[in-house]
Design a protein around this ligand. Sequence first.
Ligand code: S3P
Length: 173
Amino acid sequence: MPNNTNNILLIGPMGSGKTSVARLLANNLDKKFLDTDEEIMKKTGVDIAYIFDMEGEEGFRKRECLALKECLADNNMVLSTGGGIVLSKENRNILKDRGTVVYLQTSISSQVERTASSNNRPLLKNKDAEETLEKLMLTRGPLYEEIADITIMTDNKSLQEMSKEIQREINEY
Ligand code: S3P
């Protein structure tokens, strides 16, 4: 979806590499890097797991929607979003409107591998990661696809390869 914001908006599941790729891409393209989870942590002074503990997923989602709107008040950025941002229709509309949406498609096994060392992902805490990520993908996969302008498969690719591929696709878009 062409628009004149110059924003690149990364969506995809936990463990797809959104934050690392967004940071690199922003650097390569001389754009500002933002991340909705980081903005929430900066604003609240606590980590995401603590927000889930205190306010549940519902409280977190409200903060996430607000963070998305605040981030996207600006232009010329690469924005990394939380894996569940697409659950809200409002968020999906905002994303579609405010930039080129890039979906980092990732197999469940890569997601499991990349999230294994993290202890700040409350939805995976004390759960079987593979089963949980599979379940999440069943609901969220179609939502990522619904708003993606560009889809990149991330399995077995380095951050630099992903970043270059996104740059290429955006130039052709
Ligand atoms: C979530 C993904 C996380 C974070 C929160 C919820 C999700 O972000 O927003 O733990 O619902 O998939 P990452 O996708 O960056 O891990």
